[in-house]
Design a protein around this ligand. Structure first.
Ligand SMILES: [Fe+2]
Length: 202
């Protein structure tokens, strides 16, 4: 498949998935906010999209080479900035301390392994305690409500989908657990956001 054809197929696949996800999200909003069952449906839809790994190659979405760096390629975002999908790429390991998102978040695997530790809703309640661990890799994912806390641990390279109910640049004021000082502080996400929506880049 040519680069142009692959880009067109990718745009169609992403638009189809985001159309389905927008409907699930809208149903949730009508009922006072999305619940875990709704998030599970979004996760399943993203797992289907991740089966098209051929459309999301390292050539299309190069991982950063610097140790600890991560790049979030924005491949979809609605007009209200209320739904956004990123291809998040890590080339040489990274981690993120326990943090909240203040919107729902779904992560599904494509290449590599991203260990997620899940703590449940616990911001402000002292040191977070791990409730479960999920290795996000091809065929698996995690889904979190707005106040759920997770931490991320990646060795080597990983490329995953990250989908949020609000765009990353709008996720202000969320908190993370600062282990050294033993308190919750404002989280500055240092993942670089790169514009990669087809209507902005073709
Ligand atoms: Fe996160």
């Amino acid at each position: 498949m040519s680069d142009h054809d692959r880009a067109a197929s990718r745009a169609t696949a992403v638009a189809d998935a985001m159309g389905d996800i927008a409907m699930i999200d809208a149903e949730g909003r009508e009922n006072g906010g999305i619940d875990r069952a709704g998030l599970e449906r979004i996760k399943q839809r993203l797992l289907r999209l991740a089966e098209r790994e051929d459309l999301f190659s390292d050539d299309d979405f190069p991982p950063p080479e610097a140790p600890g760096a991560s790049v979030s390629y924005r491949i979809a975002q609605n007009a209200d900035d209320e739904l956004a999908l990123y291809v998040q790429c890590v080339g040489n390991g990274t981690s993120a301390p326990p943090h909240e998102h203040r919107t729902w978040a779904v992560i599904v695997g494509m290449r590599g392994r991203e260990l997620n530790r899940l703590y449940g809703p616990c911001v402000g309640a002292g040191e977070p305690q791990v409730q479960s661990e999920v290795m996000v890799e091809r065929g698996t994912g995690v889904a979190m409500l707005h106040d759920d806390v997770h931490s991320i641990h990646i060795e080597g390279a990983a490329t995953n989908f990250h989908c949020y109910g609000l765009a990353m640049e709008r996720l202000d004021g969320r908190l993370f657990w600062h282990d050294r000082s033993g308190q919750w502080l404002v989280f500055e996400d240092d993942s670089q956001i790169v514009e990669a929506r087809p209507d902005r880049t073709l």
